[in-house]
Write a protein that binds this ligand. Structure first.
Ligand SMILES: NC(=O)C1=CN([C@@H]2O[C@H](COP(=O)(O)OP(=O)(O)OC[C@H]3O[C@@H](n4cnc5c(N)ncnc54)[C@H](O)[C@@H]3O)[C@@H](O)[C@H]2O)[C@@H](O)CC1
Ligand SMILES: Nc1ncnc2c1ncn2[C@@H]1O[C@H](COP(=O)(O)OP(=O)(O)O)[C@@H](O)[C@H]1O
Ligand SMILES: [K+]
Length: 499
């Protein structure tokens, strides 16, 4: 697994390495600068005329150290000190003097001319507020200039904790980041601003992150492979679980189909659909492998009977917010004894009747909201959630004692008491109606096979994303339909190392 820290957690790791492991700060800075140069050389960047723009913190210190090392190699280097000399960190002051001592000259205004390479060392993980005034002008100017752009550690202006732009940010072609990717380089728009990211090992210990459960992580592929449910030869459909899909309303048969088919594709043994009567014929034609039971009005005993036969349940995709849907949801929440995924209208109904959340704490529920649904559930605006997505997710999972898959271009998976997982599989091909219904079915299909809620949510999200990538490789990312994902689920093999 890879930790994905914010700025403060990264600084805590730096501090621990310096104070407790005895690696001097300046030694780390030297390694950071060296690793930056090595990475740029690996990319075969053009060092003919290099401009380095430094701030007054340790990111600026890295910049001065890079300038010195390049000058010693005979490169033409210009340094522009954009930071306030009155606020220099001790390391930055030291690096500045060292650069001057070898004859390096430092400008205090925008240097005229064109540069083959522009290196941003203004702010690193210490950026703590909106970029305004002089700094804003400098970054604007750097963004407009020609030349290849490289950011040191993180593009200046990107919040290391959430990937948001704090007013303005440097647009890099490459970012060389130290020891570990900061979470702000994973979330958009930070990821886009960073360009190609290289992580270099400069010897910062990450042991403080092991103890800190607030730091999110990215699982390795091997971890996902270990989560896959067993598929023994000596088995029958009962081995792989019976899933109850409660989905689809009048005119919304597609959602039930996508849920059910995705669950079958994930390996569920038997899928039972409970849906509105008008969907019967179409669903029977689309998916004859499913057992279909329908309703015209609310029938509590029928819902309880179906629940009693299920090994897992999913409810909500295309369900509508009708009175009948509401009653079905309440019956499921208060009676289900197996793991249950709540999606789409199930979440919208929950947001309208927050008192139902009292049923959640005792059960095994996975909620799969996209940003707008999360906004309805929490009462926070979408921008507020985007800026604090990890914290919002974690407080919801703790309060309601649930697993939650917060869907976006980067999806987060949280569960009460667990470290939050970030998913990076998937692509824009998934940004189309119905792909959430497929995800719900994928997760529910895994649950039916008996894996834990957290594993079903993390593995399901990963496989769903890969199926989007597989589909986009076969067609183009404009054309993919949710049903293409069903096809890709059949051909996406996560044990194949070429993925
Ligand atoms: N020894 C260490 O601690 C190491 C630090 N390293 C570098 O140091 C960086 C972190 O250094 P710092 O903690 O000094 O922080 P930064 O250099 O990222 O910036 C902090 C400085 O900027 C100011 N500032 C923050 N937001 C501002 C804004 N919007 N407008 C104006 N000023 C603002 C702060 O008051 C502070 O003076 C890392 O990103 C990395 O590049 C690396 O050299 C590795 C080792
Ligand atoms: N640009 C993107 N990159 C990666 N994944 C995406 C992107 N856009 C959407 N997705 C994924 O597609 C799914 C969309 O779900 P949702 O919004 O509920 O769709 P629907 O309700 O139409 O089925 C989520 O799993 C989301 O993470
Ligand atoms: K930077």
């Amino acid at each position: 697994m890879r930790f994905l820290p914010d700025g403060d957690s990264m600084k805590a790791a730096d501090k621990d390495t310096i104070e407790n492991l005895g690696i001097p700060s300046l030694e780390l800075m030297e390694r950071a600068a060296r690793s930056c140069i090595d990475s740029m050389k690996k990319e075969k960047l053009d060092f003919t005329d290099v401009l380095i723009v430094c701030g007054s913190g340790n990111n600026g210190g890295d910049g001065f150290a890079i300038a010195r090392l390049l000058k010693e190699e005979g490169c033409a280097v210009t340094v522009f000190m954009a930071g306030n000399p009155a606020h220099l960190s001790a390391e930055c002051r030291y690096q500045w003097k060292l650069f001057e001592s070898i004859g390096g000259s430092i400008r205090d205004h925008y240097p005229d001319g064109t540069y083959s390479l522009i290196i941003d060392a203004i702010f690193g993980v210490g950026l703590s507020r909106e970029v305004t005034g002089h700094y804003r002008e400098v970054i604007e100017w750097m963004n407009e200039a020609s030349g290849t752009k490289v950011a040191v550690d993180i593009p200046s202006g990107i919040n290391a904790g959430n990937g948001c732009v704090l007013g303005i940010a440097f647009r890099a072609d490459y970012t060389v980041t130290f020891q570990v990717e900061k979470i702000g380089l994973i979330f958009y728009p930070g990821k886009e601003y960073a360009g190609k990211v290289t992580v270099t090992d400069i010897g910062i210990s990450l042991r403080t992150m092991e103890k800190n459960k607030n730091i999110a992580y990215l699982p390795d592929r091997e971890e996902y492979i270990r989560m896959l449910p067993d598929r023994p030869e000596d088995s029958n459909k009962g081995t792989y679980g019976r899933l109850l899909v409660i989905a689809g309303s009048k005119g919304m048969s597609g959602a039930a189909f996508l849920n059910a088919m995705a669950a079958y594709r994930m390996g569920a043994g038997l899928v039972q659909i409970y849906t509105e009567e008008s969907n019967r014929i179409i669903l029977q034609a689309l998916l004859p492998e499913a057992i279909i039971t329908t309703y015209t009005e609310f029938d509590k005993e029928e819902v309880k009977r179906l629940l009693s036969h299920a090994d897992a349940v999913c409810i909500g995709s295309g369900l509508s917010r009708s009175k009948t849907a509401k009653k079905i949801l309440k019956t499921v929440l208060s009676n289900v004894e197996v793991a249950c995924v709540i999606d789409a209208d199930g979440l919208n109904l929950l947001a309208e009747h927050l008192k139902y959340t009292e049923y959640l704490t005792e059960g095994s529920f996975i909620l799969t909201p996209h940003m707008k649904e999360m906004s309805r559930l929490t009462g926070l605006s979408v921008p507020e959630i985007r800026a604090n997505r990890q914290q919002v997710l974690e407080s919801l999972t703790e309060e309601w004692n649930v697993t939650c898959v917060l869907k976006d271009s980067r999806t987060l998976i949280g569960e009460a008491g667990k470290r939050t997982c970030v998913n990076t599989s998937g692509c824009q091909a998934l940004a189309k109606g119905g792909s959430g219904d497929v995800l719900c079915g994928v997760i529910a299909g895994l649950l039916a096979q008996g894996i834990s809620t957290f594993e079903a949510a993390t593995l399901g999200t990963y496989i769903h994303g890969l199926s989007g990538e597989t589909a986009a490789r076969k067609k183009n990312s404009y054309s993919i339909l949710a049903r293409d994902l069903l096809e890709s689920l059949a051909t996406t093999d996560i044990t194949n190392s070429n993925l």
